[in-house]
Ligand binder design. Structure first.
Ligand SMILES: Nc1ncnc2c1ncn2[C@@H]1O[C@H](COP(=O)(O)OP(=O)(O)O)[C@@H](O)[C@H]1O
Ligand SMILES: [Mg+2]
Length: 274
């Protein structure tokens, strides 16, 4: 199995795998349906994510990316093997903040109403909520949109609200399932830059699903390419592009970026054809 680990990359130790924000998949297989309807969506797959890593899962449509994310979120239990987040079995709604392809906001609430609800669910005291809400809206660039209804703002802004809401819970894991797939190219690039910055600041572990090699290389500190269904690891690639405060345009135009993008793109095509 092709695997690419740089010699300098830290291999997580036992203690690491119980730390907040760690993810551990041990020989995970997931099947849907029964009998002749049975579909093995993923596995067997072993995957460890260290606290603070930004892991991007890439693969063709139907290879099991969303299934893997749902297993990590605790929305599904594996048919075989075990999933652990921060050293324990993930509980839905508690393990991670999740952002989906569609923002899934409450349309009868304002922008700030949507964030407030998430803060309430997260158990943040009523008197602390306005301050937390202001911080979150500032982080996603919506400080002036709090009073607007969700149908009055653009698709890109709605997805920013969904990101703020997912960050409200303060849990150490942030999961995103093709969150920008429905957006236009310009909005997508801007939100990619936001997510890169916001996750670097928060230090959270992030698992991001996409089928775009370009998006994967821009965002990830590590990329895992999945085979076609049932998804297993085809390539595990550390991304050494500079993180933190970088000029996004410069990064996207660099030779190193182009090389990595080509490599990931080839791996995705090979994996889909194999
Ligand atoms: N709830 C479900 N019931 C039955 N089959 C499912 C269900 N969800 C996904 N699948 C199947 O599992 C496979 C992987 O799906 P999914 O994880 O959504 O892939 P991806 O996100 O990579 O497109 C697909 O063949 C899909 O049809
Ligand atoms: Mg999917």
């Amino acid at each position: 199995m092709p695997s690419s680990k740089s010699p300098g990359q830290a291999v997580p130790t036992g203690a690491d795998l119980a730390r907040p924000g760690s993810v551990r998949l041990d020989h995970v297989t997931h099947r849907y349906g029964r009998g002749s309807e049975e579909v093995t969506a993923v596995g067997p797959i072993d995957l460890n994510v260290s606290p603070g890593e930004f892991l991007v899962l890439v693969g063709a449509s139907g290879c099991g990316k969303s299934t893997l994310l749902r297993l990590i979120a605790g929305f599904e239990q594996p048919t075989h093997g075990s999933v652990q987040v921060s050293g324990t079995e993930p509980r839905p709604g508690e393990a991670a903040g999740v952002v989906f392809q569609q923002p899934r906001l409450f349309p009868w609430r304002t922008v700030q109403g949507n964030v407030d609800l998430a803060l309430r669910y997260a158990g943040v005291d009523r008197d602390r909520r306005p301050q937390r809400r202001a911080e979150l809206l500032r982080r996603v660039g919506l400080e002036d949109a709090g009073k607007r209804r969700t149908w009055e703002i653009s698709g890109g802004q709605q997805q920013r609200v969904a990101i703020a809401r997912a960050l409200a819970a303060e849990n150490p894991l942030f999961l995103l399932d093709e969150p920008f797939a429905a957006l236009d190219a310009l909005t997508r690039e801007r939100l990619q830059e936001d997510v890169r910055r916001v996750t670097a600041q928060s230090g959270r572990t992030t698992v991001f699903v996409t089928h775009s090699a370009d998006e994967a290389v821009f965002l990830g500190s590590r990329i895992v390419v999945l085979t076609k269904r049932p998804g297993t690891v085809a390539l595990d690639l550390p991304i050494t592009l500079p993180r933190g405060d970088v000029d996004a345009e410069e990064l996207r135009n660099s030779g190193e970026f182009a090389e990595l993008r080509a490599r990931v793109s080839h791996a995705v095509k090979d994996a889909a054809a194999a």
